[in-house]
Design a binder for this molecule. Structure first.
Ligand code: ZN
Length: 215
């Protein structure tokens, strides 16, 4: 495989990426683009190409399937991410995790800060770390600021599972993977997580794998 043309202008690289059509290839852990941190978006793609890029991110997220996707995960170091969660989980899981449906939205230049000191710990995974899940303690509530795809200001408080999603995706834009924040003793294959740790909370996993949960 030819090396990616990392020095071509971003707009040119995005055009090339979109030329094939369909879902974009997802970059896996180990690639520097996931670790460098992304550039502030300041119109580098122009409105028409940005709209096509956002649509390609949406198609790729759906195809994966996933509930969020950040531009570095398709090799583009811009501070852009998409999120959408239809929350197709059993009621008791939805209640324990605050997993309420999140409509499709685009986050441009997002940043977050905690609201209060509460933390919530649950298993999560990442499309760039396929096959694995681990428990991550995150802020239970965050204030997210940035813009949407039309440049309109975004300033909103997120709680429950949507708070987890926006922290995970914003972290990607800073070159952080969820494993950096995870309880590594919780690391489980998807098979093990489905067989053993599908309960609404990770309490049993904490006890049997030997890690602490925030209280
Ligand atoms: Zn991820």
């Amino acid at each position: 495989m030819a090396p990616p043309r990392e020095h071509a202008p971003l707009a040119e690289r995005v055009e090339e990426l979109l030329a094939a059509g369909g879902p974009l290839p997802i970059v896996a852990a180990g690639r520097p683009v996931l670790r460098r941190g992304a550039e502030h978006y300041d119109g580098q793609l122009g409105p028409a190409l940005l709209a096509r890029f956002v649509e390609a991110l949406r198609v790729t997220m759906h195809a994966a399937p996933g509930v969020g996707l950040a531009a570095p995960q398709v090799g583009i170091e811009l501070r852009i991410a998409v999120v959408e969660d239809p929350a197709p989980v059993p009621e008791e899981v939805a209640v324990a995790r605050g997993r309420v449906p999140q409509p499709f939205r685009v986050l441009v230049n997002p940043s977050y800060e905690p609201v209060g000191t509460a933390r919530a710990a649950f298993f999560e995974g990442c499309l760039s770390v396929p096959g694995w899940q681990a428990v991550v303690a995150r802020h239970a509530e965050v204030r997210l600021r940035g813009q949407d795809e039309h440049g309109r200001a975004l300033d909103e408080v997120f709680g429950g599972w949507p708070a987890r999603i926006v922290q995970h995706e914003t972290d990607h834009l800073d070159g952080t993977l969820y494993l950096d924040r995870a309880e590594l003793r919780s690391l489980s294959t998807n098979e093990a997580a489905a067989a053993l740790w599908a309960q609404p909370t990770p309490d049993a996993a904490a006890e049997q794998l030997g890690f602490e949960l925030p209280r």
